[in-house]
Ligand binder design. Structure first.
Ligand SMILES: NC(=O)c1ccc[n+]([C@@H]2O[C@H](COP(=O)([O-])OP(=O)(O)OC[C@H]3O[C@@H](n4cnc5c(N)ncnc54)[C@H](OP(=O)(O)O)[C@@H]3O)[C@@H](O)[C@H]2O)c1
Length: 257
């Protein structure tokens, strides 16, 4: 029996990594999907695969979550059958650079703050009023262990994920008198395109992040997201912090030579 067969889920950042894995995992449970990100061709390819494999309906929305008007236009323009979003996975996000604040590229700060904090807020503001009207819904934010600790060079990225943690807690308070649930999943090292983006396409540097250890996969995180959204409606998992087995904190990682 599929657990999400009458549901509609909107996933941001569905074109790669954790978001893409969440798309597959929720599709497997029968959820119809709205896939959002900037890379349209990738989203369409994923949509085709999911429709063929799981016989669900998939809607592709090419959107940059930093663009406030575009986010609201995207949600407002959904047809009635798509408007009743049950699950919102706020996953789109990124790190840019790992410089100390006095040396950092300010444009990287703007990109991280605009995507990880403001983009997540725009999408939440656009989707949640409908959930309140229906008195039904679940928001899952993808935070990070960077929302619980700060590591060298992590400064602004960590600040954005601390903000996600505060926004998650604040939204849970705001919605406490509704049937809507608010959760966060906060991973440690997951091997995705994350480090390639952080190091501006330098694949060698990106590979070194996971050297000598077994990182989590997008699928590992998607399994946990699926567990969270398939609990009975009175069960609200607030937070799941997930490390690979050989990681104990942002900077404490055991690596085999
Ligand atoms: N990998 C890790 O170790 C790790 C650990 C903790 C938390 N996280 C968090 O997990 C989330 C997903 O990251 P990932 O590891 O899966 O990395 P990823 O493979 O690089 O995926 C990031 C996704 O975000 C989307 N995105 C980025 N900027 C966007 C924008 N302005 N508008 C719309 N979509 C945007 C990207 O799509 P487009 O480029 O197509 O727009 C892509 O689909 C992020 O919030 C990240 O901070 C990752």
């Amino acid at each position: 029996m599929k657990k999400l067969s009458d549901k509609t889920s909107l996933i941001t950042g569905a074109s790669s990594g954790i978001g893409q894995s969440c798309a597959y995992a929720l599709a497997e449970e029968g959820s119809n999907l709205i896939l959002a990100a900037r890379r349209s061709e990738r989203l369409h390819q994923i949509a085709r695969e999911l429709e063929n494999k799981y016989h669900i309906s998939v809607l592709v929305k090419t959107v940059d979550v930093r663009k406030k008007e575009d986010v609201f236009k995207m949600v407002d323009s959904l047809t009635e059958e798509w408007q009743a979003i049950d699950i919102l996975i706020n996953n789109a996000g990124l790190a840019r650079g790992i410089e100390k604040i006095p040396e950092a590229d300010i444009d990287n700060w703007e990109t991280m703050i605009d995507t990880n904090v403001k983009g997540l807020l725009y999408m939440t503001r656009a989707v949640v009023p409908g959930m309140i009207r229906r008195n039904r819904g679940h928001i899952v934010n993808i935070g990070s262990i960077a929302g619980h600790e700060v590591y060298p060079g992590g400064n602004v990225y960590c600040a954005t994920k601390h903000a996600v943690d505060a926004i998650t807690k604040g939204l849970r308070i705001d919605l406490v008198n509704t049937a809507i649930r608010v959760s966060t999943v906060d991973p440690g090292l997951v091997e995705t395109e994350f480090s390639i983006v952080r190091f501006d396409g330098d694949k060698e540097k990106a590979k070194n992040v996971y050297k000598g250890m077994r990182p989590l996969t997008g699928q590992d995180i998607a399994d946990i997201v699926t567990f969270i959204v398939t609990r009975p409606s009175h069960v609200q998992i607030a937070e799941a912090i997930v490390f690979p087995t050989n990681q104990a904190a942002a900077t404490i990682v055991h690596r085999e030579e």
